[in-house]
Design a protein around this ligand. Structure first.
Ligand SMILES: Nc1ncnc2c1ncn2[C@@H]1O[C@H](COP(=O)(O)OP(=O)(O)O)[C@@H](O)[C@H]1O
Ligand SMILES: [Mg+2]
Length: 255
């Protein structure tokens, strides 16, 4: 798997663009942009990963912050819902939750209220920006995320949610920084590892894959994010972006 990934790096890896070239969250963008097309391709590739019941509950993680985990969860959730699936996205990044902002819903109560106060989960599910897309936000950030995610209540909750949706996508913190994603990995049907073509290092990706294997996770694939930055310099790219032209980077499933 790693050898194939190295080849992709060879094609896609570029130096990191100047700070600030990043722009706002591209979420469930309208149907015409390149990014939306990239997420539809991701949806199609996912469908080749096995029968639906073997890939209902999916965890998305990466080696480091800002690789695009939450972006992938939000947008993949949106395109799956657009295809008619009943989709739930769950913010299990209890360190730095951002899904609620990306999906423009409040985060007064959410997952941690279910885990700590036994709040009924049905009352906390919010409507996302696309019909058919539901959101369970993080809720208040707890002092002990890894322990909370390791509780029997969490496994029970995920199993229960899995029964009620065609797809449940779980957002997590970076795998190499904290244990949270590795704790959840054995509870899900499959793991998607997001790799940023701008910044990932092969040794870090290797370490992440090893951690996931140790956790007995089923690795469904790697999403290579931030690809297709134009070959010309980044100022040109930035300029194009600021002119409101279509973004040219996006996620691809490469494995
Ligand atoms: N393919 C992409 N194209 C443009 N911007 C992106 C892309 N992927 C992520 N971003 C931006 O990078 C920032 C970090 O992404 P995010 O999904 O929050 O990362 P993570 O959840 O891994 O920390 C966000 O501002 C997001 O909008
Ligand atoms: Mg995130």
């Amino acid at each position: 798997m790693l050898r194939r990934l190295s080849r992709v790096f060879g094609r896609a890896r570029r130096p990191r663009p100047p700070a600030g070239a990043d722009g706002p969250a591209p979420v469930w963008v309208d149907g015409r942009t390149g990014l939306a097309e990239a997420f539809r391709t991701l949806r199609a590739n996912l469908s080749f990963a096995g029968p639906p019941e073997t890939r209902t509950l999916l965890l998305v993680t990466s080696t480091a912050p800002d690789d695009g985990k939450s972006t992938v969860v939000a947008n993949l959730g949106a395109v799956l819902a657009q295809a008619g699936d009943r989709v739930l996205v769950v913010d299990c990044d209890l360190r730095k939750p951002t899904l609620h902002r990306m999906l423009a819903v409040p985060n007064h109560r959410g997952l941690t209220n279910v885990l700590v106060q036994r709040a009924p989960v049905e009352e906390l599910l919010l409507d996302g920006p696309v019909p058919g897309l539901k959101v369970l936000t993080s809720g208040p950030v707890p002092p002990n995320p890894a322990e909370l995610l390791a509780t029997p209540e969490m496994s029970y909750l995920l199993a229960q949610l899995r029964e009620n949706y065609d797809a449940v996508l779980v957002d997590t913190p970076p795998l190499l920084a904290v244990a949270d994603a590795a704790v959840l990995a054995p509870l899900v049907d499959g793991v998607i590892l997001v790799v940023s073509a701008w910044s990932a290092r092969v040794d870090m990706v290797q370490e992440a894959l090893e951690q996931l294997e140790k956790a007995r996770a089923r690795i469904l694939g790697v999403v290579l994010n931030r690809t297709r930055v134009p070959a010309r310099d980044y100022y040109y790219y930035y300029y194009r972006y600021r002119r409101g032209r279509e973004r040219e980077e996006g996620p691809e499933i490469v494995l």
